[in-house]
Design a protein around this ligand. Structure first.
Ligand code: NDP
Length: 310
């Protein structure tokens, strides 16, 4: 079946839902298509302390529940489904979702970014069996056990803090001797007695695939090249994210680092296609900046539609 819509938004994180809120209030009856990571990265966090207006913080999933309800209240429609393909070669744009085809006069890409893996092969093989990219999802399984966190950014620090409350020991493995994460998070981590740092080290192996569980990690000292094996029960990878651009590759301009190139607000290289949130932001990557860019995309889409006579 073919469904025609004025505005389709792909993605339901802060960018997608804020775009939906603004587009619905502009009477554009937007359709939001949310994939398997519905709600985006905030669904995987605990307390968000830097969303303006909540002086005591708000839980990430609660914030997304509110944002979703707010978008629905003004008439946005949200459907679940994996977009199989997008054709941007002519307007209206065409999207295939399962057996359905959707057409859109304007499209907002808010597909976000997904956690990066070490790409050792074994890390993916042991995913869900001791290797994880989400402490709040899987930390519970490691109560009283030894875990490692890989990375030196805010995500790694946040994961380490969360895990320190559950695990007996947390080893934070970073490839340099200086953390990338913010000073406030660094201070928090350094004050926790059961978090230990391993500096200048890369994880080059994880055992034991044959057993189907994590028993140890192999570390390589980046200065000396020496390798050591350290027993652990779980390993959390927090080394950044990759933008989810698979659907539009070859159709909209991307930056060298793979993020969607935007100009004059949220415009992409294809007129009528706008991008918001982490899929186009490799600099700020905050929930609040994602929401702000979602607002911009909805306003840009509304102006584009008025300008093209819709
Ligand atoms: P970042 O890109 O900031 O950090 C990634 C970290 O992983 C870096 O320390 C990097 O090392 C390391 N790394 C990257 N690739 C590899 C690899 N192949 N092997 C080993 N280590 C690797 O990503 P984050 O996800 O931490 O943060 C993203 C953004 O989200 C940031 O802007 C951050 O401030 C924000 N954020 C904010 C939070 C908050 O305010 N509460 C919570 C979480 C995230 P190197 O330093 O050497 O490059």
């Amino acid at each position: 079946m073919t469904h025609a819509r004025q505005v389709i938004i792909i993605g339901s994180g802060p960018a997608g839902l804020t775009a939906a809120l603004y587009a619905s209030r502009a009477n554009l009856s937007p359709l939001v298509i949310e994939g398997i990571e519905a709600g985006g990265q905030l669904m995987l966090t605990t307390m968000v302390e830097n969303w303006p207006g909540f002086r005591d913080g708000i839980m990430g999933p609660d914030l997304m529940t509110e944002l979703r309800a707010q978008a629905l209240r003004f008439g946005a429609e949200i459907v679940q489904g994996d977009v199989a393909s997008i054709d941007l070669s002519e307007r209206p744009f065409r999207l295939r979702v399962g057996d359905d085809t959707y057409t859109a006069d304007a499209l907002i890409l808010a597909t976000g970014a997904s956690a990066r893996w070490l790409e050792l092969g074994v890390d993916r093989q042991l995913s869900g069996r001791g290797v994880s990219t989400c402490a709040t999802c899987d930390g519970f399984f490691f109560r009283g056990r030894r875990v490692a966190v890989v990375g030196g950014g805010d995500t790694a620090l946040e994961e380490a803090i969360y895990l320190s409350k559950l695990a007996s020991d947390v080893v934070l493995v970073h490839r340099r001797a200086e953390l990338r994460g913010s000073k406030v998070m660094q201070d928090k981590v350094k004050a926790l007695p059961n978090i230990r740092f391993v500096w200048n080290a890369e994880v080059v192996g994880i055992n034991d695939v044959a057993k189907g569980e994590v028993t140890s990690m192999v570390l390589r000292d980046t200065l000396s090249g020496a390798t050591t094996e350290e027993p652990i029960d779980g390993i959390f990878i927090a080394i950044g994210h990759t933008p989810n651009t698979r659907l539009v590759q070859g159709q909209v301009d991307l930056l060298d680092n793979g993020y969607i190139r935007t100009h004059h607000g949220s415009r992409t290289s294809v007129p009528g296609v706008f991008a918001a949130g982490d899929v186009q932001d490799h600099v700020y990557r905050q929930a609040v900046t994602a929401a702000g860019s979602g607002c911009m995309a909805a306003i840009d889409a509304e102006r584009f539609l008025s300008g093209t006579g819709h």
